[in-house]
Design a protein around this ligand. Structure first.
Ligand code: SF4
Length: 122
């Protein structure tokens, strides 16, 4: 009986630990998927974590789609096909068009396949 209680307690400890880590891992994911830009200029002015968090930015719009399907309220505004490259706030870099400045992200660079809650169709 005592062992069952301990096992249950351990299970809930692990579960709550995993739940607590989930948002941290999600933010880390934001910066892990896209290829890094070649240009040093872009590397220095990429969207920062704080702005990404505020905008609910993800580098793969596909993740926003999955989030919406899972009823994650961060992604409730996502619409099929929406991504940075077809957003009115995106201005592709001439030298590296996979990256573009975003006026909603304080003119920092975002990845072309990204998405955020401020998306507006161009
Ligand atoms: S406002 Fe548009 S370009 Fe900027 S991060 Fe959001 S979806 Fe991408």
């Amino acid at each position: 009986m005592m062992e069952t209680k301990n096992n249950r307690r351990q299970f809930f400890k692990l579960l709550f630990g995993a739940v607590a880590l989930a948002p941290i891992l999600r933010v880390a994911d934001v910066f892990a998927k896209a290829a890094m830009p070649k240009s040093e200029k872009i590397k220095k002015k990429m969207i920062d974590e704080k702005t990404a968090k505020r905008l609910k930015y993800v580098e793969a719009a596909e993740d926003a789609k999955k989030g919406k399907a899972a009823a994650n309220k961060d992604f409730k505004k996502y619409t099929d096909g929406a991504m940075c490259s077809n957003c009115k706030f995106y201005k592709a870099d001439k030298g590296e068009p996979d990256w573009g400045k975003c006026t909603m992200a304080a003119n920092r660079y975002v990845y072309k396949t990204g998405w955020c809650k401020s998306y507006r169709k161009a």
